[in-house]
Design a protein around this ligand. Structure first.
Ligand code: AMP
Length: 406
């Protein structure tokens, strides 16, 4: 119903919210074009139909107009990927932009300047959204990674496209794959949750307790569980105010009959550095003054065994400080186990900036069923929350939403 597959864009001006929030080097060149490449299928569909495209995005978190946050460096990259000229509109509004957009012909593509140069964007301002909407006939949201934001171009704007707002292919794919994990996972279903802190993952863990058979906890957050169990964690990262929370989770896991797997051995170091001395000990007996920076070899083997016997695998958060070579092994061994289970027919979904960066570092992304483009957005979706950018399109259109006067 909201798929662009059901629409013919011939002769239509289409406003597409993309996420071109890409990394740039000090020469302001794009260093990773993944997010730009991911927008190509939706753009191509509209162009093949004979539509006209106006792209809008944010880049970074500028405070008002700051030239360093201009989207202009995206133009040559997008132009090369699409094999066509891109019109760049240096300001969003005003007669110049309206004139340029008004004169655009079929199959032309324009990119507007950074939406966040205007305070109305992050404020979700109605007036700002309405002005944007006046540029086009149809609106598509293809910016999954920004869909948890209640921003003007992400959610407010949909009100002004009654019956004419759609999900792009990227957003549709994200919903389909995340829903597969949340609502129709084949069992055994294993969730692997790592990363630095429980506090950022608690919502996801709680929602998953109603769905998974196995819960694997690794990374820095496992030490809060270890401390809750009465173990000695030395100087490892622990959230002291979350110890009761860890106890509650362990209790709920028992009541629900879920298998909880915590690390049994740890690679510990006498400093948070790749140059620090390191050794392996049992997880509940970390030497005073030392810190756990990775899971140990026994844990790697145990986790791999669970993963290999799973039909559905969801993974967010590294198992150790993978940025340092000496503490990368645990994350790498889990990545290999997930990839090999996928090759044997399991469904795997991985997301989160650090986890995807690790996967790319190990060249394993091609062996995962689905790699999500969302960090915060994916976590909120997995928590079971409504994302403003998704519900705005699905929401039934009331007469109040039909306020657009063109
Ligand atoms: P998150 O954003 O919560 O997924 O956390 C990712 C970060 O957790 C990465 O930068 C890892 O280096 C870090 N991390 C993973 N394991 C540990 C650990 N044992 N101690 C400290 N930091 C860790």
């Amino acid at each position: 119903m909201f798929s662009i597959n059901n629409v013919n864009f011939k002769g239509k001006k289409t406003l597409i919210r993309v996420d071109f929030n890409v990394p740039l080097n000090d020469k302001r060149q794009v260093t990773d074009d993944t997010r730009i490449r991911e927008s190509i299928p939706t753009i191509t569909k509209v162009l093949n139909d004979g539509g006209t495209i106006i792209l809008m995005s944010h880049l970074g978190r500028p405070k008002g107009y700051q030239p360093d946050y201009s989207l202009e460096p995206i133009v040559p990259v997008l132009s090369k990927l699409l094999g066509r000229n891109i019109i760049f509109t240096p300001d969003l509004f005003g007669p110049k932009t309206f004139e340029v957009c008004g004169k655009m012909k079929a199959c032309e593509v324009a990119l507007m300047e950074n939406l966040r140069f205007y305070p109305g964007e992050e404020a979700g301002d109605e007036k700002f959204a309405k002005e944007l909407s006046l540029l086009a006939d149809i609106y598509i949201n293809d910016a999954f990674a920004t869909s948890h934001r209640n921003h003007a171009s992400v959610s407010t704007i949909a009100k002004f496209f009654k019956g004419k707002c759609y999900f792009g292919f990227l957003l549709e794919n994200e919903i389909e794959n995340l829903d597969r994990v949340l609502f129709s996972a084949e069992h055994p279903f294993t969730a692997i949750i790592g990363g630095a802190k429980i506090s950022t993952k608690i919502g996801v863990i709680k929602n998953l307790l109603n769905k998974v058979d196995n819960l694997i906890i690794g990374g820095g957050m496992s030490f809060t569980f270890m401390e809750a169990l009465g173990g000695k964690v030395g100087k490892s990262i622990v959230e002291h105010d979350k110890i009761d929370l860890a106890k509650n989770i362990m209790q709920e896991v028992m009541l629900k009959g879920i298998n909880l797997y915590l690390p049994t051995d740890a690679v510990i170091a006498n400093g948070f550095s790749n140059e620090a001395d390191f050794t392996t000990v049992t997880s509940e007996n970390i030497t005073d003054g030392w810190m756990g920076l990775d899971i140990g070899p026994k844990t790697c083997r145990r986790f791999a065994e669970i993963i290999n016997h799973s039909q559905t695998i969801l993974w967010n958060g590294p198992l150790g400080v993978f940025e340092m070579e000496n503490f990368r092994h645990g994350t790498k061994s889990v990545a290999i186990a997930v990839a090999s289970a996928t090759i044997s027919g399991s469904f795997s979904l991985i997301g989160g900036g650090d986890t995807v960066a690790a996967l790319n570092q190990f060249n394993l992304a091609d062996h995962i069923s689905y790699v999500s483009t969302g960090g915060g957005a994916m976590l909120e979706y997995l928590e079971g929350k409504d994302l403003p950018g998704i519900s705005a399109i699905r929401r039934p259109h009331t007469s109040e939403h039909a306020a657009k006067e063109k």
